[in-house]
Write a protein that binds this ligand. Sequence first.
Ligand code: GRF
Length: 201
Amino acid sequence: MRVAVLVSGHGSNLQALLDTVHGHEVEIVAVASDRADAGALERAAAARVPARVFPLGNYDDRAARDVAIAGWLSALGVELVVLAGYMALLTPSFVGRFPDRIVNVHPSLLPAFAGIRSIQQAIDAGVKVVGVTVHLVDEGVDTGAILLQRAIAMPDTRDAEVVHTALQPLEHELLPEGVRLLAAGRVQRDPDDPRRVVISP
Ligand code: GRF
């Protein structure tokens, strides 16, 4: 399966994909970023994966930027789009071009703490467990069908960076696993409830 990865930051989740499923269950054929300074771009270069930057300032608006990204991915025959720390919102038209073929990793146990600063939201709420969710992307913000989740006890801290560091290993395991499931065709919409997916053996 030909995969594109969208990034905005360090790219540790991209690296996890490059170190696991790339060249095996899938081929990562493109990396796109909204930020020219994303460290993930160096990881793509090191892995000789074509990478492009789509800064919002180069386009009239987010929709035009998304059309440019979708056009590049389609030209490369991309079948699955992975959001690996991509911080820009995708427009419904972009989501519509890859139905049930966009997957995201989010550092909370959705539906709790959707959106940005999710770890700080969890700290502020005084929760006793935190975790990671891998889900399909729909038109909402972190509202798509959940594929995988993993939880850990909330570390004894109020420092969001400490919690984030504790969660990253879970992300680096769950996101590749979610990609494997999708590449193997093991993810189907639940016919009784389209908000859920069923993972076949
Ligand atoms: C990850 O922790 C992810 O949960 C969040 O952004 C971070 C990106 O990290 N959405 P990286 O760029 O993959 O290292």
